[in-house]
Design a protein around this ligand. Structure first.
Ligand SMILES: NC(=O)c1ccc[n+]([C@@H]2O[C@H](COP(=O)([O-])OP(=O)(O)OC[C@H]3O[C@@H](n4cnc5c(N)ncnc54)[C@H](OP(=O)(O)O)[C@@H]3O)[C@@H](O)[C@H]2O)c1
Length: 247
């Protein structure tokens, strides 16, 4: 994608991967608008980057999504890049009685939210030359982690929907990209100091290099093993990945 001169809306831009993407794209000369539920981290992030704008959004709430989309089109009609990054990853009780509120929150935030926000902005994006939708999935879209089974399922569904969206938008001005991170050191699942996770700076540096290419899937080397989970041997791979004895 073009790396400069864009107007970019990033959900979940007040922390972790979204914040680091916001800072990197801002540094390259893009106009960046970040959004999330909590005002304080958004304000802090935007204050440190001259010209960065923030807005509150709740990706679980269809009315909030519609309001923000209408505000974007009206106040920032040059918007040409949407990065659906906001997400939650609670452990869930798959295999036992589950907490329905947790399941709902995960599906609404990670899957319905990006679908609804893209839907609300897509006709606008089609009017913009060089428009891009980026959906942030996960290596777990391809190889599920059983402790976060619903999370993994939402990311697999978002991956599937991303491919369909790419098909449906072929021949328009809108490109559809997927950023599938490996385990990265952010606040998600308390991984900020987790030595097994990829340092955030290293991840963003490699991801930004890949954004600058014409790749549809932004895959850093660390996620390759999960992404390349071999089809015919999928179950054996998933079982091994989840620490089950060899089948
Ligand atoms: N870190 C990893 O290892 C990893 C690996 C693969 C994929 N990912 C994906 O990368 C993305 C970013 O995650 P991260 O690691 O940067 O975690 P993070 O720091 O926890 O960021 C998640 C962001 O999503 C926002 N958010 C959550 N629920 C929301 C809602 N209902 N409405 C609006 N915003 C909401 C949060 O802001 P508020 O709480 O203020 O709303 C927060 O800024 C997620 O989609 C995640 O699934 C992360």
């Amino acid at each position: 994608m073009n790396m400069t001169g864009n107007t970019i809306f990033i959900t979940g831009g007040g922390s972790g991967i979204g914040q680091a993407l916001a800072r990197s794209f801002h540094a390259l000369g893009n106009k960046v608008i970040i959004a999330g539920r909590r005002q304080a981290p958004l304000m802090e992030t935007a204050d440190a980057c001259q010209g960065m704008i923030f807005h509150e959004i709740d990706m679980r709430d269809p009315a909030s999504i519609e309001r923000v989309a209408a505000w974007l089109v009206k106040k920032h009609p040059d918007l040409n890049v949407l990065i659906n990054n906001a997400g939650v990853m609670p452990g869930d009780g798959t295999g036992a009685r589950m907490d329905d509120q947790k399941t709902l929150a995960t599906v609404e935030t990670n899957l319905l939210g990006p679908i609804r926000l893209t839907s609300a902005l897509i006709e606008h994006l089609k009017t913009r030359p060089d428009a891009v939708v980026v959906n942030v999935t996960s290596g777990l879209a391809f190889t599920p982690l059983a402790h976060a089974a619903v999370y993994s399922a939402t990311k697999a569904a978002l991956h599937s929907w991303t491919m369909s969206l790419r098909v449906r938008l072929a021949g328009t001005s809108v490109r559809v990209l997927e950023l599938a991170p490996p385990w990265v050191r952010t606040g998600m699942m308390g991984s900020r100091d987790e030595p097994r996770a990829m340092p955030l700076d290293d991840f963003i540096k490699e991801a930004m290099e890949k954004f600058a290419t014409d790749a549809d899937e932004i895959l850093v080397d660390r996620v390759r093993a999960l992404r390349d989970n071999p089809g015919p041997n999928e179950w054996r791979f998933v079982a091994q990945f989840n620490g089950m004895p060899a089948q």
